[in-house]
Structure formats: structure tokens, C-alpha cells
Write a protein that binds this ligand. Structure first.
Ligand code: TRP
Length: 329
């Protein structure tokens, strides 16, 4: 029996190279060694997008396309949309009974978002409970490991605390999941800041390759290197950060690094080299994406099968939960 892995992603729309390097590459590796459940968490999206929910459906589709294109294999893992497995909502309710308000109010991601997000009202009951739904996602499958980035560790800690508290009241049902910390390589966007949809600086997995070159070509480099004859410093160059993540050719990197420092090469030459590697990486991914774009039926079958497998596990867990609480049956 393989150990179980669960992870989720909010449907934010087309995924970018940061998602690919930071999560998907790792998820693809895990599907060989674990029984993986990967969910597009649309209820989580609704917690912040409730006032304008119209985009969620289309965004789910984009995420699924990017997942399949990037190598998540529905023969090896279960891919599903969270709201298609209603037990997520049910376990969220059960966990909300035992979660002290203070745990949620003290959560650093909550405090941070309440302070920083101005364009929507996140002062809702549900948004405070975001980590409760996340704990439900994971524990519904009794997942032993959860691959996430550092930004999610507080949520994982809360998940363990909720599991412990539920077990304390009702008996030992839930294991305490371990964080499988995904090393998140630094992937800057076109403006040099962290690649993020909200900054509008993304290089998408599905980016048209001509457009990708245009974005790379005009991307900022070492700000001190104003002219071709100025020596550059790769250590402060955002294009170089992308090389480090996506260029597997060590020899070439040594040459480019030295060439930049000695003003032996220009930025365009370095960007062309990077573009070549990205093109090689993305071409097969985009081909696969187009296949699923044109085969809606296959996509729906994959999601239905994924949700079916998820539901089998989820129903079993909820039966245990209901029995442990002692509800009438
Ligand atoms: N909160 C996670 C994020 O924003 C998404 C998520 C929801 C998740 N449920 C999960 C991740 C369960 C791991 C496990 O990235």
C-alpha cells in the first residue's frame, strides 16, 4: 500500500512558470511513489471571490489543462474538482465545531491578507475558516504527506492541531499529516518581482512562444548594465534567475556567466539561450494542452473518474466521523 499524498491549488486561471517549477514538477514526481489526490479547490476560491464567482468555472478548466499538460497522469493520480466531492463541505462543518476561534484569528496568513487585500471584503465567517476547509481536504483522505510551499506551513500546523483535537474528543481517526516542503526556486516575472498573476508579470505555461520571446527580449536584466560594453552581474539579474531554474546545460551556464561578467556577450544572446531551453520544455507541454483543449470529453472523463475515486475514500472517512461523533443513523 502506497502512502497517500494530497495537495490542492486554487483555480486562479492559467498557470505560469513559477507554478511549474514550484509545484507541478514536484507533483509529477510524487505520482510514481504515492497514491496522489490533486484537487482544484473551487470552494477555497469562492471564499475570496464570492462577490464575483463567474470566473471560477473557466479558471478550473485552465488549471486542469495546465496540470495535464505538465505531466499529471490521470492513470497514476486522481485529479478532481473539490466541490464535486461534497464530503469536503461536510467535514469542514464537522471540524468547525472543534476549532477554537483564537487559532484562526492568530493565523499569520489570515492577519496578512486582512491587512493587505483592499479590493474585496474578506471580513467573512468563511474566510476566517479557510484553514479549516484546508484541514478537511487533507484529512478526508488521511493523507500522510502534503506537498506545499513554505507559505502554507502555518495551515499545515493548524491541520495537525485540528486532527489532534478531533481525535481527543471523538477517538483516534485522523493521522497528523507531514509537510512535504517543496523547495520553491526563485522565479522572477518580467519586471523582476516574484512571478505572480496579480503583478501581471507572468510567463504562462501556455504562453504563445512568439509572445514568450517578446516578453523575454524586453525583460529587465542587471540594472547596472546599461550598455553592451558594460560588464554585467548575473547575481542581480532576473533573467539569470530563470536560467538557474530552467536551463539544465551547466557548461553553457558557465560560459554565459563568464561572458556576462566580462561584457563578452550581450543580454540578447543570453536571453536567446534561455528562450531555446524554454521552447524545448514548453513545446511538448503545449502540444499536450492543445490535445485536451480539443477533447473536452476526455477532460470530463478524467475529472469524473478522479472525483469517483476521491468520493470512495471520502465517504468511508465521513462514515467513521459520523459514527465517532455518535449521530443517529
Ligand atoms: N491553501 C492552498 C494554497 O493557497 C491551497 C489548498 C487548499 C491546499 N487545500 C489544500 C494545499 C490542501 C494543500 C493541501 O496554495
Amino acid at each position: 500500500m502506497k502512502e497517500r499524498v494530497f495537495s490542492g491549488m486554487r483555480p486562479t486561471g492559467k498557470l505560469h512558470l513559477g507554478h511549474l517549477a514550484g509545484a507541478l514538477t514536484n507533483w509529477v514526481k510524487l505520482q510514481d511513489d504515492y497514491e496522489c489526490f490533486y484537487s482544484i479547490v473551487d470552494w477555497h476560491a469562492l471564499m475570496s471571490e464570492y462577490a464575483d464567482s463567474k470566473q471560477i468555472k473557466a479558471n478550473c478548466r485552465e488549471v486542469i489543462l495546465d496540470w495535464l499538460a505538465s505531466g499529471l497522469d490521470p492513470e497514476k493520480c486522481s485529479i478532481f474538482v473539490q466541490s464535486m466531492v461534497p464530503q469536503h463541505a461536510e467535514i469542514h462543518l464537522a471540524f468547525s465545531m472543534v476549532t477554537p476561534l483564537g487559532w484562526l484569528e492568530r493565523c499569520p496568513t489570515y492577519k496578512d491578507q486582512i491587512k493587505n487585500i483592499q479590493n474585496k471584503d474578506l471580513g467573512t465567517y468563511a474566510f476566517l475558516g479557510y484553514p479549516v476547509l484546508m484541514a478537511g481536504d487533507i484529512l478526508l483522505y488521511k493523507a500522510g504527506r502534503v506537498p506545499v510551499g513554505e507559505d502554507q506551513s502555518a495551515h499545515l500546523e493548524l491541520t495537525r492541531e485540528i486532527a489532534r483535537r478531533f481525535n481527543y474528543f471523538y477517538g483516534p481517526i485522523f493521522p497528523e499529516p507531514e509537510t512535504l516542503l517543496t523547495p520553491t526556486p526563485k522565479v522572477p516575472g518580467t519586471d523582476g518581482r516574484k512571478m505572480s498573476k496579480s503583478y501581471g508579470n507572468s510567463l504562462n505555461i501556455s504562453e504563445d512562444l512568439k509572445e514568450l520571446w517578446e516578453k523575454l527580449r524586453t525583460m529587465k536584466t542587471d540594472p547596472q548594465r546599461e550598455r553592451r560594453k558594460d560588464p554585467g552581474n548575473p547575481d542581480v539579474c532576473p533573467v539569470w534567475d530563470i536560467h538557474k531554474v530552467f536551463n539544465p546545460d551547466m557548461e553553457e551556464k558557465v560560459k554565459l556567466d563568464a561572458g556576462c561578467r566580462a561584457a563578452g556577450i550581450g543580454c540578447i544572446e543570453c536571453k536567446k539561450a534561455l528562450y531555446g531551453h524554454l521552447e524545448r520544455l514548453l513545446e511538448p507541454i503545449q502540444r499536450k494542452r492543445r490535445h485536451f483543449e480539443q477533447h473536452e470529453d476526455e477532460l470530463n472523463d478524467i475529472l469524473r473518474a478522479g472525483a469517483g475515486r476521491a468520493k470512495t475514500v471520502a465517504e468511508r472517512t465521513m462514515e467513521e466521523v459520523v459514527a465517532a461523533i455518535g449521530f443517529f443513523r
